[in-house]
Design a protein around this ligand. Structure first.
Ligand code: PHE
Length: 367
């Protein structure tokens, strides 16, 4: 760099040449930033010369000032151009380095799994869809009326009590709604379904249910699947055949032993619980063997009062209903020992007990 900053056309041209030369020699933005003060900074020859303009007489100033300003602009443009070019170069280099190899196989540990609850609901839906059942839904937040009253629960039934049921704060805006709660079972969907369409009905309603209960075998949120059939001349034989068929298909055991025990639900009459044969021993449980019994579902013939509440004439139509716990089905079929693990969202648990979206159990293959 010339140290002689005397204002002459030659010196201005020298500074110009020098600046262009320096710009041409930098090869990165970092280098460019380093020389930037030398080119256009306060102490650069260019700015020093501009300051010197003030010491000249008007004629000289006019003559040299025009030239100096032109050079200043040219240096600024050259700097911008060089900067843009280097940025472009850096970007292209980055793109080259970060190029993805799309032919690489995906990492196996990145593949997600289907949760056992989802899997079992899919299997149950599949089996009942082959029997002509259609999917129905109801809300998780339900009116006490649908959860209890319309299902023939007397006003003083213990299940209605606060310690069994999660009640929500009552809405002052809609007093006609009555008490509102988290549904304690999927049975209120029976009423919704009957009010939505006329018989014949074959509906299946899987979903979340809630009870104030939490220990190794109870969770405050769990899943059930409700089944409801209403038609003319429906009787207990239809109910038994339907749930036996389901269990045999679901567990893949054609000679599965079952028994029906009399039971009580306010919304069915008669009511029963169905057990399946199993073998207990060494802390393990085997379905389809041995002489022990395990409760698997609740069921019964729809109570005439419930049909009436659903807008159906009990003299013309009869129905049956059943409710099955999804978690229990999953634990039994897939040997999952602990109920609480279902809701802990532990990715390692899901890797172990989850299902590949591509592999379907035999119960879902063509029947
Ligand atoms: N809702 C009952 C329960 O949660 C199960 C059930 C459903 C029983 C339908 C009979 C008929 O225990």
């Amino acid at each position: 760099m010339s140290e002689n900053h005397t204002l002459t056309v030659e010196n201005i041209n020298l500074v110009h040449q020098e600046a262009l030369h320096q710009l041409a020699s930098v090869t990165s933005i970092a280098e460019l930033d380093k020389i930037r003060p030398d080119l256009t900074g306060k102490k650069s020859p260019l700015i020093t010369m501009l300051k010197m303009l003030g010491t000249l007489n008007p004629d000289e100033r006019k003559a040299l000032g025009g030239h100096l300003n032109k050079v200043r602009e040219e240096i600024a443009t050259a700097l911008d151009k060089r900067e843009h070019m280097l940025q472009q170069q850096a970007l292209e280099q980055k793109l080259q380095q970060e190029k993805q190899d799309v032919s690489l196989p995906p990492r196996p540990d990145m593949v997600g799994k289907i949760h056992p609850i989802t899997q079992v609901i899919d299997e149950v839906r599949h089996i009942f869809s082959k029997m002509g059942f259609q999917l129905a839904e109801g809300p998780d937040i339900e009116r006490e009326y649908y959860n209890f009253t319309a299902l023939n629960f007397p006003d003083d039934h213990p299940a209605r009590q606060m310690h069994d049921t999660f009640y929500l704060p009552t809405s002052q805006d809609n007093p006609e709604l009555g008490a509102v709660l988290l549904r304690t079972h999927t049975s209120p969907v029976q009423i919704h379904a009957m009010r939505q369409s006329q018989p014949p009905l074959r509906i299946l309603a899987p979903g979340r249910t809630y009870r104030c209960d939490s220990d190794a075998t109870h969770s405050p949120m769990f899943h059930q699947v409700e089944g409801l059939v209403v038609d003319r001349n429906i009787h207990m034989g239809h109910l038994k055949a339907c749930v036996i068929d389901f269990c045999q298909t679901f567990f893949g055991i054609s000679n599965l032993k079952v028994r029906f025990r009399p039971s009580y639900f306010p919304f069915t009459e008669p009511s029963a619980e169905m057990d399946i044969g199993c073998l207990r021993g060494d802390g393990k449980l085997k379905i389809g063997e041995g002489n022990d019994w395990l409760e698997i579902l609740g069921c019964g013939m729809v109570h005439p009062n419930v049909l009436k509440m659903g807008g159906i004439d009990p003299d013309q139509y009869h129905g049956f209903a059943f409710g099955i716990g999804i978690e229990r089905l999953a634990m039994l079929k897939y040997g999952i020992p602990d109920l609480r693990a279902f809701y802990e969202s532990d990715a390692r648990w899901l890797q172990h007990y989850g299902f590949s979206p591509f592999e379907k159990p035999s119960s879902m293959m063509g029947i």
